[in-house]
Design a protein around this ligand. Structure first.
Ligand code: FES
Length: 110
């Protein structure tokens, strides 16, 4: 597989919103999925807008560095890989790869 071919592997779609301010998140929908665009000190990450603990929406939760806190019970996970950081979250959060594309960003919906 060539490098150009490998860049097109996946299900990349445009993120329809601009990157929010550093340390904040913004919800959007792509491919029928509710997602959250996170600006972790200038680096974009996309996670599913659903807590791996009890399914609450993650939007409105504090983002400190790469750690996103759930507004429902205060659990948290790392937006880089979904790794749980604080209980009651014990399972990994759902994360999607992000890449720059033109003037904006794309997310891989897998
Ligand atoms: S629903 Fe998110 S920590 Fe409980």
């Amino acid at each position: 597989m060539t490098e150009a071919q490998s860049e097109n592997v996946g299900n990349w779609v445009d993120i329809p919103i601009p990157l929010p301010e550093p340390g904040t998140t913004a919800p959007f929908i792509a491919g029928g999925r509710e997602l959250l665009l996170c600006n972790a000190d200038g680096t974009p990450y996309v996670v599913r807008d659903q807590c791996p603990h009890a399914g609450a929406q993650m939007q409105g939760g504090a983002l400190r560095g790469t750690v996103l806190e759930c507004p429902m019970h205060g659990g948290s996970f790392d937006v880089r890989d979904g790794a749980p950081v604080a209980r009651p979250i014990r399972r990994a959060g759902w994360c999607h790869p992000v890449r720059a594309h033109g003037d904006g960003w794309q997310v891989d919906l897998g």
